[in-house]
Write a protein that binds this ligand. Structure first.
Ligand SMILES: Cc1cc2nc3c(=O)[nH]c(=O)nc-3n(C[C@H](O)[C@H](O)[C@H](O)COP(=O)(O)OP(=O)(O)OC[C@H]3O[C@@H](n4cnc5c(N)ncnc54)[C@H](O)[C@@H]3O)c2cc1C
Length: 504
């Protein structure tokens, strides 16, 4: 299938791919979106079991407030955003010491009072985080380009940078643990534990492995004027709305089309694609927006090809191993849950570490009236799930399912027999569902040496091959991957001397 000079093929129909595809077709490009699965959404998709709808991965989203990245993209596309309500509290954190849980309130003053109650003497730390966050936010809101690869990128970077960003730039190589030390809060073990577990949800690492400039912002994601949001219907609504814009503007979507090879002939990329009906097809385009984890390029572009320069191949080969996830999907009658039970909880338990629990709200489209879905996820090392025979794998799966149920039953005073549905996804399931190598689900981590300016660029050394998704700045989460898609599209459009600017 041959396309014109205006043609772009977007590989992967998760939030990054859908955002890039919708933006580019809106700019007049001829865009084809290739998705291996039978539906779009990827890690932010959903699946159904009987009357229940389960969010596969993402259960809450950032960037829905006015001026947030999702809001700006939908305004740019002249489309209403999916209905969402702000979460208040965004999360209730049980550190597991028999002490009162910590509520991440949306209201900033309420959150300040909560912090003072739980972490007395830490106010300087929070003030410093707030200053860094305000600086980051003004920077991120101008759609910066990072890491810088050429003069155009540098020019955009300068346009986004304010004098305050130069001041906070001194913290570029610092970690959140460094800020704690600077503010003399490093002896507060409870604060440290809280930060370690909260940061891991966003950066894949604890305080000493999380870049200060990144951590300062995610620690304030839940508070006004930002917020974490709960989508009415299900997470799929976000994909559906992006897909609606893409198709409305003339984009072409091919589901069940799996890209199995990439190569370049002169100025044109060639993609080998397998369909569900076992057909093998060839597609050609001048530009490819690739949204799978960049590690997948190693498999898709064979070693003997010259398309992937050796340095770049080495870089991809030595990327740190992201996490995998284990996710429990359950359903229960709401009357069996305690009355306060809807929303998001982080439970820290000795045997399993942190478990992030999302319980559906009455009438939010995920369960029939009087029922609730319960999703509980934890991080795991993907390598610990490979190399097992089927029976060994099922045994391990059962074991971990039992452990998660034990925690949930104890936390919410539930009886085991009350569960109406229960199943577990492991890295093997994520590899199958999302096509991500070994089922890795995070990005490259947000350490002082890998975040932002030190990460992998959306501009690759191979002309016409652009990356976005959770391994590209600013990183994980639907808001992060959307921002990365905007960045890749701006770079791609600039090659034609055209500017893509989202309104503020
Ligand atoms: C358990 C879990 C919980 C999470 N919780 C949250 C949360 O609460 N909030 C939040 O914001 N984020 C959360 N995230 C992260 C968020 O879901 C992801 O960062 C984001 O959805 C990634 O989007 P993406 O488009 O980059 O990649 P993906 O969602 O992985 O999309 C990639 C797409 O490419 C397709 N594909 C794969 N291989 C091929 C191929 N060869 N050819 C064609 N298509 C292919 C896949 O089917 C998929 O649709 C969570 C993730 C997980 C796993």
């Amino acid at each position: 299938m041959y396309m014109t000079d205006e043609s772009v093929i977007v590989v992967g129909g998760g939030i990054a791919g859908l955002t890039a595809a919708a933006l580019l077709v809106h700019e007049g490009k001829e865009v084809m979106l290739l998705e291996a699965h039978t539906q779009t959404g990827g890690c932010a998709g959903t699946f159904s079991r009987g009357p229940y709808v389960f969010d596969v991965g993402a259960t809450q989203v950032a960037g829905f407030e006015n001026g947030g990245i999702h809001d700006r993209i939908f305004r740019h596309l002249h489309c209403s955003k999916p209905v969402a309500e702000v979460l208040d509290p965004a999360c209730i954190v049980h550190l597991g010491e028999g002490q009162e849980p910590i509520h991440l309130w949306h209201d900033s003053l309420k959150w300040e009072a909560e912090r003072r109650k739980h972490f007395p003497g830490s106010e300087l730390f929070w003030i410093l985080c707030n200053q860094l966050h305000l600086s980051n936010w003004s920077f991120a809101g101008s759609d910066p380009i990072l890491p810088i690869q050429n003069f155009w990128d540098f020019k955009q970077f300068l346009k986004s940078t304010r004098s305050v960003n130069f001041l906070t730039g001194v913290f570029t190589r610092s970690s959140i643990a460094d800020l704690l030390w600077l503010c003399s809060c490093h002896h507060d073990q409870r604060l440290r534990k809280f930060l370690d577990y909260q940061l891991k949800l966003y950066s894949q690492g604890p305080s000493d492995k999380t870049a200060a400039l990144y951590g300062a912002t995610v620690l304030q994601m839940a508070q006004a004027p930002l917020g974490l949001w709960h989508l009415k219907g299900s997470m799929q609504k976000l994909s559906d709305q992006l897909l609606f814009c893409f198709l409305r503007d003339g984009g072409k979507l091919l589901l069940s089309h799996k890209v199995v090879g990439l190569s370049k002939n002169t100025n044109t990329w060639q993609l080998k694609v397998n369909t569900q009906k076992k057909q093998s097809l060839d597609f050609h385009a001048k530009n490819i927006v690739f949204t799978l984890p960049p590690q997948s390029l190693l498999e898709l572009i064979p070693n003997n090809r010259t398309e992937l320069p050796t340095n770049y191949r080495n870089r991809l080969e030595t990327l740190s191993q992201p996490s995998g996830a284990i996710v429990f999907y359950g359903a229960i009658l709401r009357s069996h849950l305690p009355s306060y039970c809807a929303g998001h909880f982080q439970l820290v338990v000795e045997e399993l570490g942190s478990i992030f629990v999302s319980i559906s709200f009455e009438g939010d489209g995920r369960a029939p009236s009087g029922h609730a879905t319960v999703i509980a996820s934890l991080f795991t090392d993907v390598t610990s799930w490979s190399g097992y025979s089927r029976s060994e794998y099922l045994y391990r799966k059962d074991l971990i399912l039992g452990k998660i149920l034990k925690v949930l039953n104890a936390q919410f005073a539930l009886e085991s027999k009350k569960w109406l549905h229960k199943e577990l996804a492991t890295p093997r399931s994520f590899a199958r569902w999302t096509g991500r190598p070994q089922g890795i689900v995070g990005g490259l981590g947000q350490t002082p040496t890998t975040f932002g300016p030190f990460g992998l660029s959306s501009r690759t050394p191979m002309k016409g091959l652009w990356l976005c998704g959770d391994s590209i700045y600013p990183g994980e989460g639907t808001a992060g991957v959307s921002q990365s898609a905007v960045m890749a599209c701006r770079q791609l459009m600039s090659e034609d001397g055209r500017e893509l600017t989202l309104t503020k």
